[in-house]
Design a protein around this ligand. Structure first.
Ligand code: HAM
Length: 416
């Protein structure tokens, strides 16, 4: 039997894990600078949460969820996205009673049954941020700046922020009626997907990738021209502030996003360094979601970003993610008694926060030396019969090959 990982998943091996640790540390550092706190929610939720939160007409809920009945017959779904679960936790734990404003972030895996391709997986890792409790336009700006800072610190500089506003629900409904009115004369020429969407979710026709659909929608009415004064002025403030801060922006009427909870601002970070899956991240406001999930009315805004995609672009740019962890000192033993002593000494050094390694394969002196070189340690400490008798081993500095005798209890001192 030859086992393979499920389609669309990946193994992250030790040779690459340090890049993940680096990016995760950047996220933890930057979110701390912006005063965000981490939140962790379960890997699976009751299916109803996503149907309610994300919307039954969306691709995620309609086609992509990993849904199953557990042994008690409850329908559960592996988290396909982070916002609905975080809002569920926010409401269930009455977080609004603790403080009027919450800034939350997460780094976690998401599951979507999608067709795998470069940058698109069935299990991906997403980091996201959500600001709950304020409808100030500064919160939209702050999230975009936070994501931008994370990207920049991971060596990702070549991207732009596409931005749009889809208004309040009543403005949007009125606009969608105008859009459908415009599209109905071209219905026969639309792709099958868009014909279907004309009935279920006409707004999504705007972000169709089909060239014919795009030609038709190029001259469609634009939602920005159909917003109320308040929504329009809000959008202008977000754009002005981001422009003032030199964020590379592009207003894009096609950016309606694929999840149903958005209101007002929508945005996406896109990079040419990614292939057809060009979204590094995306998000927007969702001022009605918390109420929809049973909470008190509370505004919210957030974004999510695929960590794999950040790493793909960073690697393409030749970014250096620091170095993998490696031991500082390697103990070489020439007989069993020395091996026993080495094992004892390395435990003491580890208690002193010194990373050590020793041979566990009964290898020859030469092979142990090769192992030490492969690991790139700074020092080796050699123990044989003589050394055991004297209570002193040979400490070799690998950078200049200098060697000296060092007593067993002086090793930490000698290498610090
Ligand atoms: P989303 O646009 O569906 O939004 O996903 C956010 C990001 O996750 C995408 O831009 C992409 O970088 C990454 N991503 C999504 N699906 C995949 C996949 N199959 N493989 C690799 N990466 C993927 C959301 O999920 C919203 N919850 C974001 C949000 C938070 N909006 C408000 N708050």
């Amino acid at each position: 039997m030859n086992f393979r990982k499920p389609k669309g998943t990946k193994d992250i091996l030790p040779k690459d894990i340090y890049k993940w640790h680096y990016a995760e540390q950047v996220i933890r550092d930057v979110t701390a600078l912006y005063n965000f706190s981490e939140v962790r929610t379960p890997t699976f939720e009751y299916t109803e949460l996503f149907k309610r939160g994300v919307g039954t007409d969306t691709d995620i809920v309609g086609k992509e969820m990993y849904t199953f009945d557990d042994k008690s017959g409850d329908s559960l779904t592996l988290r396909p996205e982070g916002t609905a679960p975080v809002m569920r936790a926010f409401v269930e734990n009455s977080m609004l009673n603790d403080a009027p404003l919450h800034k939350l972030y997460y780094i976690t895996n998401m599951f979507r049954y999608e067709r795998p391709q470069a940058g698109r997986y069935r299990e991906h890792t997403q980091f996201g941020g959500e600001i709950l409790g304020s409808d100030s336009f500064y919160t939209d700006v702050e999230l975009i700046l936070l994501a931008k800072e994370v990207y920049n610190r991971c060596g990702v500089n070549n991207f732009k922020v596409k931005i749009n506003s889809i208004g309040k629900p009543d403005e949007r409904n009125a606009y969608v009626a105008k859009l459908r009115d415009y599209l109905k004369d071209n219905l026969a020429a639309l792709s099958d997907d868009s014909k279907r969407r004309f009935e279920t979710n006409a707004l999504r026709i705007l972000d169709s990738k089909n060239p014919g659909d795009r030609t038709i929608t190029d001259s469609a009415p634009k939602i920005l021209d159909h917003l109320g004064t308040e929504s329009r002025s809000r959008f202008d403030k977000v754009v002005n502030e981001l422009t003032k801060l030199s964020v590379n922006l592009e207003v894009d009427f096609r950016l309606v996003r694929g999840l149903d909870y958005y209101t007002d601002t929508t945005f996406e970070f896109v990079s040419e360094d990614l292939g057809s899956q060009d979204a590094l991240g995306g998000g927007g406001r969702y001022d009605g979601l918390i109420e929809q999930l049973g909470g008190k009315p509370c505004p919210g805004v957030g974004f999510g970003s695929g960590l794999e995609r950040v790493l793909i672009v960073a690697e393409k740019n030749g970014f250096t993610f620091g170095e993998p962890n490696k031991p500082v000192i390697y103990f070489i033993s020439l007989n069993d008694a020395a091996r026993d002593k080495a094992f004892e000494l390395i435990q003491a050094l580890r208690k002193n926060n010194i990373a050590c390694e020793t041979d566990m394969l009964n290898r020859s002196f030469k092979a142990q030396m090769r192992d030490a070189n492969r690991l790139g340690v700074k020092y080796v400490y050699i123990l044989g019969e003589d050394e055991l008798n004297k209570g002193k081993g040979q400490l070799k500095n690998m950078s200049d090959s200098s060697q000296s005798e060092v007593e067993f209890d002086k090793i930490a001192e000698a290498i610090s």
